[in-house]
Ligand binder design. Structure first.
Ligand SMILES: NC(=O)c1ccc[n+]([C@@H]2O[C@H](COP(=O)([O-])OP(=O)(O)OC[C@H]3O[C@@H](n4cnc5c(N)ncnc54)[C@H](OP(=O)(O)O)[C@@H]3O)[C@@H](O)[C@H]2O)c1
Length: 490
């Protein structure tokens, strides 16, 4: 299909929203490293008292850009900061920036979103729906636009068990939802079938995009749960504890001891570097489709980017691989020996939470109080449990995804592009990937160097014996209580 991916982007001007986030960071790094773009404009908002430009300077000094710094030392000169905020009308752009975008941008990657599952419907609508609408409006007057890719999620229509690469009707439109919110600022009862405001607003935004079908060279990209990097710029890079790492991290630090999760269900994780490669390839395909064929009157193409269709993995395997990697390199900061009971029974998990989280948490808090310190364990457990509750729908259900468009895209890539922008899942090695995840969490989340490994292994050995001792003690106490009860009644 026409020219190569790198050629498509050569001397082009790219605009990325969400470049400070997990996916956006890897997308930006990869485009700068593997494509000779002219400029990448990035939308950055000021946050926590830091101006957009200052935030960007701090971000580009991070280790994730080390490989790029080595290969392309002047990469920062190609980045143009656009100060803005999706929550604001006109996206908060200055007139100069707006004019510059209209006159220069060739490719738009719209990654920015609020991905908080418990975001208020008002805020999720403002950022995910209204923010996207404002950006689409701007894109329609961009003079040199060749392609626009909107990043959605494979779970936008998660109330369905089978998700194809197509638009699905939703009982309410984005416009109707916005009117409802305008009328009733405290509205709570929305998209009852959806488990959270995030997936619901993503579903409505997808349908909003249909309205632009005749005006924009646009595609929708739907990744499933994005995990750490598989290989680029280094294996195991991640910067958050969302998704699978939100479960693996508290398990390997010994605080999560029970979770509602069905070991026999398939999960769907895609590495963030593969996801960025697939996203770049979707842009390449979008540009070519609109350039070389008459796609103008067709619906925007949707790409489900999932692993389960080609390389399925069940939670059971993920857990086993996590435990294996933990035993090779337990974190030094581990609070307790790795131990977690997985069950799909809500009630069993509630009881186990009381026994395995609350009771030990209360003891530790009590010891903090008598040492004159602030208690924090019960508070931490409250947060952890509400986080696992939000993830419950994704740890206890599975979906059947169709990924025909993505497979077709992979088949269209040249051998060279497949090497540079790898995103196919044939022969994907999950065991190594989960090992990268555990080691990545150790390095990037817990900030532990492998040089502490001997100390960590020795501590883990002690924690193991302490754990065994506790189990014996608990069994002994339970036995004694039962015995007393039997003796009293006989
Ligand atoms: N992570 C996943 O597992 C996953 C799975 C499927 C799809 N996706 C999609 O992939 C995209 C990127 O997700 P991610 O994991 O990279 O999320 P992320 O790490 O939370 O990043 C979100 C990005 O959006 C920006 N953003 C949020 N609100 C904004 C606002 N009001 N104005 C301007 N920028 C704003 C954030 O900027 P700040 O740095 O200023 O906060 C950040 O750059 C999203 O569209 C998400 O729906 C993610």
């Amino acid at each position: 299909m026409g020219i190569s991916i790198a050629e498509t982007f050569r001397d082009g001007v790219v605009f990325i929203t969400g470049s400070t986030g997990f996916l956006g960071t890897i997308l930006l790094e990869k485009l700068l490293r593997s494509c000779d773009v002219k400029t990448i404009a990035v939308l950055v908002r000021s946050k926590k008292g830091l101006a957009a430009s200052q935030r960007a300077v701090d971000i580009y000094q991070r280790a994730v850009f080390d490989r790029l710094r080595f290969e392309k030392p002047d990469f920062v000169t190609k980045i143009k900061i656009i100060d803005g905020n999706l929550e604001e009308p006109s996206l908060g752009f200055s007139t100069d920036d707006r004019d510059w975008l209209i006159n220069n941008v060739n490719f738009v990657f719209h990654c920015a979103a609020t991905i908080r599952f418990n975001e208020s419907i008002q805020m999720a609508t403002k950022i995910n729906i209204q923010g996207t609408e404002n950006l689409l409006e701007l894109a329609t007057i961009m003079n040199n636009l060749k392609g626009f890719v909107h990043v959605s999620t494979a779970y936008s229509h998660c109330p369905r068990s089978e998700i194809k690469e197509q638009f699905y009707p939703v009982s309410i439109s984005a416009k109707e939802l916005k009117n409802l919110i305008k009328r009733d600022k405290n509205i709570q009862n929305f998209g009852v079938d959806w488990p959270n405001t995030y997936t619901f607003t993503k579903a409505l935004t997808e349908n909003d995009i249909l309205t632009y079908e005749n005006q924009l060279p646009i595609s929708i990209f739907r990744p499933s749960i994005i995990g750490c990097t598989q290989s680029e710029p280094e294996p195991g890079w991640l910067d958050n504890i969302n998704g699978a790492s939100g479960i693996i991290t508290p398990i390997i630090v010994g605080i999560l001891r029970t979770i509602q999760l069905s070991r026999d269900k398939k999960t769907d994780i895609v590495p963030v570097d593969y996801t960025a490669n697939a996203l770049i390839s979707v842009m390449w395909s979008t540009v070519n489709r609109y350039k070389y064929s008459d796609e103008k009157n067709k619906e925007p193409k949707i790409y489900n980017y999932v692993s389960s269709a080609d390389s399925p993995i069940h939670w059971d395997k993920i857990i086993n691989y996590t435990f294996e990697a933990y035993h090779q390199a337990p974190p030094l900061e581990t609070m307790w020996y790795i131990f977690c009971i997985f069950s799909d029974s809500r009630w069993l998990v509630y009881i186990l939470r009381f026994l395995l989280h609350r009771i030990p948490g209360a003891f530790i808090d009590f010891s903090f109080i008598i040492r004159g310190k602030n208690p924090k364990m019960l508070k931490m457990y409250k947060k952890l449990e509400s986080m696992t509750d939000l993830l419950k729908v994704f740890t206890t259900s599975e979906w059947k995804f169709d990924n025909g468009n993505t497979l077709e895209l992979w088949s269209l890539l040249s051998q060279e592009d497949r090497k540079t922008f790898r995103f196919g899942f044939e022969e994907f090695d999950w065991k190594s990937y989960i090992k990268y995840t555990v080691y990545g969490i150790r390095k990037h989340i817990l900030h532990e160097d492998l040089s502490n490994l001997p100390k960590a292994l020795s501590k883990n050995q002690k924690l193991f014996w302490l754990h065994v001792l506790c189990i014996f003690l608990i069994v002994y106490i339970v036995f004694q209580v039962c015995w007393m009860f039997v003796c009293r009644n006989s």
